[in-house]
Ligand binder design. Sequence first.
Ligand SMILES: [Zn+2]
Length: 146
Amino acid sequence: MTAKPTTPKTLKPCTCSLFEVGQYGPDGSAESYEGNGTGCDRQTKARFAQGHDAKLVGFLVRAELAGLEISQIEAGTRIAYAGAVKAAQTVSEALAAKAARMLDGAKKKAEEKAAKNTPPAEPTTPGAAETKPATTRRRRNTPKNA
Ligand SMILES: [Zn+2]
């Protein structure tokens, strides 16, 4: 562990507020990007405001399940991560492990649900008059508290 010479009394933004999730528009351009943060504006002496590490994990996991891109703004630059676990890993291994467990749980739930009620066949008509681009992935299987 390298102890950084930090001034413990300095308040800084809660780490959860540094992350953003979102997606690009159909053209995939940077201008089409629409993102959301956690909405946190807490200042804290620690890394997170109380309970916000858990809040961040939930936020990241929901984003991955929804097929959103997870990124972090660092010194004005957007850094994208390949999923909730990778993003959480930038904070700590413990947080990454938590994200992995949550993802596993959510995926299992989704699989169980899918196994119970077999969904109707997906419309696979090629060249149908669909206005939606093929890249639009929508998944709404993130049940909160059942
Ligand atoms: Zn926060």
